[in-house]
Design a protein around this ligand. Structure first.
Ligand SMILES: NC(=O)c1ccc[n+]([C@@H]2O[C@H](COP(=O)([O-])OP(=O)(O)OC[C@H]3O[C@@H](n4cnc5c(N)ncnc54)[C@H](OP(=O)(O)O)[C@@H]3O)[C@@H](O)[C@H]2O)c1
Length: 358
């Protein structure tokens, strides 16, 4: 039960905590602070203190009333918890209490974890102990984080496994290829740019302002395109001498998705992983897939857990700890300003990942 009363004060007494809640779907303004019961861990669960939470784009879709599948007409309510609702997303947490049957987790451990109950925009949450594993340095678990990262940086690193898996595994990127990265200054885009360079490929990074493109360039992009002032397809073809790119990394959907095949080389792969444009996933004309032997790759579902495979986690953590892969924090907001954080993302202002702190 969530109190709908709007308050921004501290905890009022034992047994309650502050959370960011919405009672109806809509714009960023529906987000507000409420007092909710502090959850208690079952015997196989742990209680965690939330240190920082990434604002994931998917939470914007869900808040607007679309589901985790961007409001698929076939499953309009897929993944939606009943209202009032606390947003989810990946949080950097510290374990403060273990259920009586928990043996694999210690109080004080820090994890990077999704799936908190009653949500992620909370002071305290519970999660099954079985889903938490720091693993070993050789085989890090899915919730391990780089040792040199503070809580905010760790939260902003949330989709590093997504960037890795979409490029290397889903698209099969190899050294010497060229990748067109849309939303290159987004929270995941900045990691995709760095990882593409790490894999030995050429980056063409797209973003909507010159300030964003400066950051994209500083992270190693070989070429940049301002999507507001240039024709992205024509410019990509010009940069590749008319050949097109081998891989398109597309978290934008809509028009971007539909136009991308025109900028692809023979044997190219188009990885679609999101719809940041809020215009749905789009419809591609299949002719170019025939004549250029293109491949269209949808990414999500099971791939999300595959992305946290130990060998991927190890490489990501090694790169981060060596200072060769870093998140970009696009703003840190207290819970009380969660609406402003969501609004900034919808206005396309932040560069990198926006992070909330209790
Ligand atoms: N399929 C899955 O299971 C799965 C799992 C995890 C993540 N994802 C996807 O991974 C992607 C990255 O997530 P993220 O949280 O890191 O988001 P993000 O990339 O930080 O999103 C913000 C970026 O979206 C771009 N954008 C384009 N059109 C926009 C619009 N109309 N309004 C606002 N922003 C717009 C902005 O770039 P410009 O202004 O430069 O255009 C901005 O930099 C998302 O698409 C997410 O859905 C998918």
């Amino acid at each position: 039960m969530i109190s709908g009363e709007r308050r921004s004060g501290e905890l009022e007494g034992a047994g309650t905590m502050r959370a960011v809640v919405y009672d109806e779907v809509g714009g960023p303004e529906v987000l507000h602070i409420a007092e909710v019961p502090t959850p208690e861990p079952a015997e196989d669960e742990v209680l965690v203190r939330v240190l920082a939470v990434a604002v994931d784009f998917i939470q914007l879709h869900i808040r607007h009333g679309g589901s985790g599948r961007i409001g698929s007409p076939k499953e309009p309510a897929y993944g939606l918890a009943p209202l009032p609702r606390i947003p989810g997303g990946t949080a950097c947490v510290e374990v403060v209490e273990c259920g009586s049957a928990v043996t694999n987790v210690e109080v004080g451990e820090r994890h990077l974890v999704g799936g908190l109950r009653p949500g992620s925009y909370v002071e305290y949450g519970v999660v099954s102990a079985g889903s938490l594993s720091l693993g070993t340095p050789d085989a890090p678990g899915p919730t391990a984080m780089p040792a040199n990262f503070g809580a905010v940086e760790a939260a902003a690193f949330d989709y590093a496994p997504v960037a890795y898996h979409t490029l290397r595994v889903a698209a099969g990127l190899t050294a010497g290829e060229t990748v067109l990265i849309h939303s290159a200054a987004g929270g995941t885009g900045v990691l995709a740019v760095q990882l593409t360079k790490h894999f030995g490929a050429t980056v063409i990074g797209v973003a909507s302002s010159d300030a964003k493109l400066e950051v994209v360039q500083s992270l190693g992009a070989d070429h940049t395109i301002n999507s507001r002032t240039a024709d992205v397809i024509e410019e990509t073809l010009r940069l590749t001498d008319g050949e097109g790119v081998n891989v398109v990394w597309d978290p934008v959907g809509g028009h971007v998705f539909e136009q991308s095949p025109r900028a692809m080389a023979e044997g190219g792969r188009l990885v679609s992983l999101g719809s940041n444009s809020f215009t749905g996933t789009g419809v591609v004309e299949f002719w170019s897939f025939w004549v250029k032997n293109l491949r269209l790759i949808g990414w999500g579902g099971r791939s999300n857990s595959d992305a946290h495979a130990p060998e991927i986690m190890r490489e990501l953590i090694e790169l981060a700890e060596a200072g060769r892969l870093r998140p970009v924090v696009g703003g840190t907001y207290p819970f009380a300003d969660a609406a402003a954080a969501h609004a900034a993302i919808e206005a396309r202002r932040p560069i990198g990942k926006v992070v909330l702190v209790p």
